[in-house]
Design a protein around this ligand. Structure first.
Ligand SMILES: Nc1ncnc2c1ncn2[C@@H]1O[C@H](COP(=O)(O)OP(=O)(O)OP(=O)(O)O)[C@@H](O)[C@H]1O
Length: 646
């Protein structure tokens, strides 16, 4: 070891991931080579781009390629690229840590995953990249030099928790990763990764479309020989071969590309080990030509709802990689879409700033979005199960589009599904809801809340349930927001059952009940006005309810007020959101309410009565899942009352 060798510890999460790799929960170990080739290919993309942007960069971009070197004697396999390379700090930051958000959650889920199958699925959603080498290696050495820098870095680890870094003077530009292979053990899927046939097989299978040549020294194939590679006495002849075809998949007609090739390409661009759910290809001809090959994943990534979630569309210009994560091509609500867009008529030097202003890019994005949405719409009829998977995984993200993408709002409403009281298992579309609407029903009823059972059991549901009206049960955080922005679907107003007044009676019944109502209002007027005063701190009005059948009371919002959930969300985002006072509705048929009316008639004031009013309000709040201001006081009042009944 040189005097400049430093020993570092892997970051805690990295250590845990490494342990998983060493104990190899993933049965297909071949993919380690795919990961190394994929990283090498990215490094080559990056150097070409860097040189385009800064022609003064001291970098050799003459013959960019990947080279695989196998040494059966030493049992090593090296993947070498002459790409962008890494500085010493890059190596420590990128290789020694796992920067991906969601790592901690993933590890937690892995710990609780019950079987190997479950673990594989989870890890598949994550992609372990470079660390996959530790499935096949007992030591990994990486030598790298960043283009433009003089000193290189040597990194080495046996995957146990620490690694070393030291400077090296004679490193070539780019990165070489040498895997010191564990002994072969085919029963454990550990093949001989120095064997030419095995390397060829893996490259062909996983990396054929890589745009850079993947070269390796191979045995020269004899002309019509016996194919055993044996030489004629001078030993086998060797030659340098390119193992991959390098064909850009997106430029080939769909009919000529095998499903398996698309899947591999998807894995390359998405770093997802699972198959994609759907492939979307698009070719635009004319004044502004481009080709797109996009994928809808089959699982939501763990970081889909975190702030730093990346969008997965790469931009190429005339087959040259320009940038990852091109947000100008896909709106945030479709950030899970992965793939490649290759434009013919953009400058290779295009910057993000210019992209934002480019009219053609705007048009391209509009068309891509429409294509993705129409693909989803198509799935609804062609393959409903697949559509359901899509919506389960990505529905909550897509609904964000109802707020941000007014152009496509109608399509978004068409492809959306919601839980509903109609069916405890299956979600419904709005179109299906409208079809089932009762005669005379003018509105689409919904309620937002934190869970299906909480909404279903909330007092607001009672009359809707009793009268057989279907209610949509909206439980995603984003639902609170979009329902404020979207007024109607197909001319039918969207109406929260927890807001404003409800009127579920038909005209004939209404006439009969009108007189009864007037009489009741008169009877209850003194109680309502007393309750209004007594609970004046908490509510802005107390009125008789038409939505309750079995509960004594519930809280509702005025039609234009924010719901408590919205207020909480605004506060969580750091906005000031003063609490809007709500309306207490009481059920004139409930024993507690009629009893209270009688008690109030006999003795219009008094501490016990005021406490009952407080309890009535508190119970209504609890029934909808709300939080009491002073739970201890509430508990004491309830205990005292209970004690009185014994
Ligand atoms: N051959 C290489 N040349 C330059 N940088 C590399 C090379 N290999 C890895 N890196 C750097 O190390 C980082 C981490 O690599 P790693 O394979 O662990 O994850 P990743 O490729 O970013 O994502 P994933 O885990 O999904 O494959 C890369 O993002 C890249 O910046």
């Amino acid at each position: 070891m040189s005097t400049q060798t430093e020993t570092h510890e892997f970051q805690a999460e990295a250590r845990q991931l490494l342990r998983l790799m060493v104990h190899s929960i993933y049965s297909n170990k071949d993919i380690f080579l795919r990961e190394l080739v994929s990283n090498a290919s990215d490094a080559l993309d990056k150097i070409r781009r860097a040189k385009l942007v800064d022609s003064g960069l001291r970098a050799d971009v003459e013959d960019l390629h990947i080279r695989i070197e196998a040494d059966p004697g030493q049992r090593t396999l090296t993947v070498r690229d002459n790409g962008i390379g890494m500085s010493r700090d890059d190596v420590v930051d990128l290789i020694g840590t796992v920067a991906k958000s969601g790592t901690a959650e993933l590890l937690e889920q892995l710990r609780s995953a019950e079987d190997a199958e479950g673990s594989r699925e989870l890890i598949g959603q994550f992609g372990v990249g470079f660390y996959a080498t530790f499935m096949v290696a007992d030591r990994v050495t990486l030598v790298t030099r960043r283009a433009g820098e003089d000193t290189g870095t040597r990194w080495e680890s046996d995957g146990d928790g620490t690694y070393t870094v030291e400077p090296v003077q004679d490193a070539p530009q780019g990165t070489a990763v040498t895997v010191h292979l564990k002994p072969k053990d085919e029963e454990d899927s550990l093949f001989d990764y120095t064997a030419e046939w095995k390397i060829r097989e893996i490259v062909k299978r996983y990396s054929d479309f890589i745009a850079w040549p993947i070269r390796m020294e191979v045995e020269r194939r004899g002309d019509g020989g016996d194919g055993d590679g044996a030489g004629d006495g001078d030993g086998p002849q060797r030659e340098l071969a390119t193992l991959n075809s390098m064909k850009a998949l997106w430029s080939r007609p769909r009919s000529e590309v095998a499903e398996e090739e698309y899947k591999e390409f998807y894995r390359h661009v998405s770093h997802d080990w699972n198959d994609p759910l759907e492939t979307v290809s698009l070719r635009a001809e004319g004044a502004f030509e481009y080709e797109a090959l996009l994928f809808l994943p089959s699982h939501a990534p763990l970081d889909l709802y975190t702030r730093d979630s990346r969008s997965g569309v790469q931009l190429y210009v005339k087959r040259v990689f320009i940038m990852d994560d091109c947000q100008e091509l896909m709106p945030e609500y479709l950030r899970f879409v992965k793939g490649v867009v290759d434009a013919q008529d953009l400058s290779l030097n295009i910057s993000r700033e210019l992209l934002q202003q480019d009219r053609q890019i705007h048009l391209m994005r509009r068309r891509l979005v429409k294509k993705v949405l129409s693909t989803v719409k198509g799935m609804m009829t062609s393959d409903p199960d697949r559509y359901r998977t899509f919506w389960r995984e990505f529905g909550a993200a897509v609904k964000e589009g109802l707020l941000s993408d007014t152009d496509n709002r109608r399509t978004l409403l068409d492809i959306a599904s919601f839980a509903s009281t109609h069916d405890p298992e299956q979600q419904t579309t709005l179109a299906a809801y409208v079809e089932r609407m009762k005669e005379g029903q003018e509105e689409i009823y919904f309620m937002t809340g934190s869970s299906r059972s909480q909404i279903e059991n909330s007092p607001h549901m009672e009359a809707f349930h009793a009268k057989g009206y279907e209610v949509l049960l909206l439980t995603d955080a984003v639902d609170e927001m979009w329902v404020e922005a979207v007024a109607d679907y197909d001319g039918k107003r969207l109406q929260s059952i927890a807001k404003g007044q409800v009127d579920l009676d038909d005209a004939a019944a209404e006439e009969n009940e009108k007189q009864e109502d007037d009489q009741r209002r008169e009877e209850f007027a003194p109680l309502l006005s007393w309750l209004g005063e007594s609970l004046g701190e908490q509510v802005k009005e107390v009125r008789l309810s038409t939505r309750l059948t079995s509960s004594a009371a519930c809280l509702v919002n005025d039609a234009h007020d924010m719901t408590p959930a919205m207020e909480r969300m605004y506060r969580a985002m750091g906005h000031a959101a003063p609490s809007a006072k709500r309306i207490l509705e009481i059920n004139p048929d409930h024993r507690l309410v009629t009893g209270l009316r009688e008690a109030h008639r006999k003795e219009p004031s008094g501490a016990a009565l005021t406490e009952t009013a407080e309890l009535l309000y508190g119970t209504a709040l609890l029934a909808e899942g709300g939080a009491l201001d002073d739970p201890a006081r509430f508990a004491r009042l309830v205990s005292e009352r209970l004690a009185g009944t014994l």
